[in-house]
Write a protein that binds this ligand. Structure first.
Ligand SMILES: CC(C)(COP(=O)(O)OP(=O)(O)OC[C@H]1O[C@@H](n2cnc3c(N)ncnc32)[C@H](O)[C@@H]1OP(=O)(O)O)[C@@H](O)C(=O)NCCC(=O)NCCS
Length: 161
């Protein structure tokens, strides 16, 4: 298992998250992104807001001392939800799976929900490896693609022992 550490987000992480989330492949994959992912000011306003919001738990994902991404839980569509993103150079090493596994020990709210574009096979696999099951589907406008697309809704009921 990769040695992932989750810690509280620091202001110095934000420029790194900004670059990670605006990568073209990451935007396409995540699909339901902000409508202005290349705007640093808008990014900062968003993060200032969520970092002050007591209903949001946001963690920085560290691997070998590097900030590789972030993971968060927040209320979306009235349901406790989880989302995450990693810098592209860190994909494919099991890091998201291990980060989510650890996060689910910290955040024990259940049921916990997640959404992923139907073609976001990586995120669907990460969620399913951590026990989420597909519980529904929806459609929504994907800012990163400029069209409405279909997504799966996933749900987790178990708390790790
Ligand atoms: C989705 C994302 C977090 C996956 O991170 P990751 O660290 O590469 O994922 P892991 O290495 O833990 O992979 C877990 C599984 O998914 C599979 N997987 C990962 N990316 C994949 C892809 N693009 N296509 C198919 N399978 C993929 C892996 O092979 C692995 O499966 P296995 O254990 O059966 O071999 C990362 O690609 C990312 O940050 N994408 C952009 C943001 C995003 O989409 N966030 C989620 C929004 S819902």
């Amino acid at each position: 298992m990769p040695e992932i550490i989750l810690r509280d987000v620091m202001e110095a992480d934000l420029p790194i998250f900004f670059e990670q989330q605006r990568d073209a492949a990451a935007l396409h994959m995540a699909a339901f992104t902000s409508n202005d992912p290349h705007n640093w000011e808008a990014f900062l306003v968003h993060w200032t807001k969520i970092m002050a919001d007591p209903t949001v738990v946001n963690k920085t994902i560290l691997f070998q001392g590097q900030v590789v991404g972030n993971i968060a839980t927040f209320i979306m569509f009235d349901e406790p939800s989880v989302a995450y993103g990693l810098g592209r150079e860190y994909w494919g090493q099991g890091l998201a799976t291990e980060a989510l596994r650890q996060f689910l020990e910290l955040v024990t709210t259940r049921p916990l929900f997640a959404r992923a574009a139907k073609d976001n096979l990586g995120s669907l696999r990460v969620l399913q490896k951590c026990g989420f099951v597909i519980s529904g589907e929806d459609k929504g406008f994907a800012n990163a693609r400029g069209v409405e697309i279909e997504e799966y809704i996933l749900r987790l009921d178990i708390v790790p022992k």
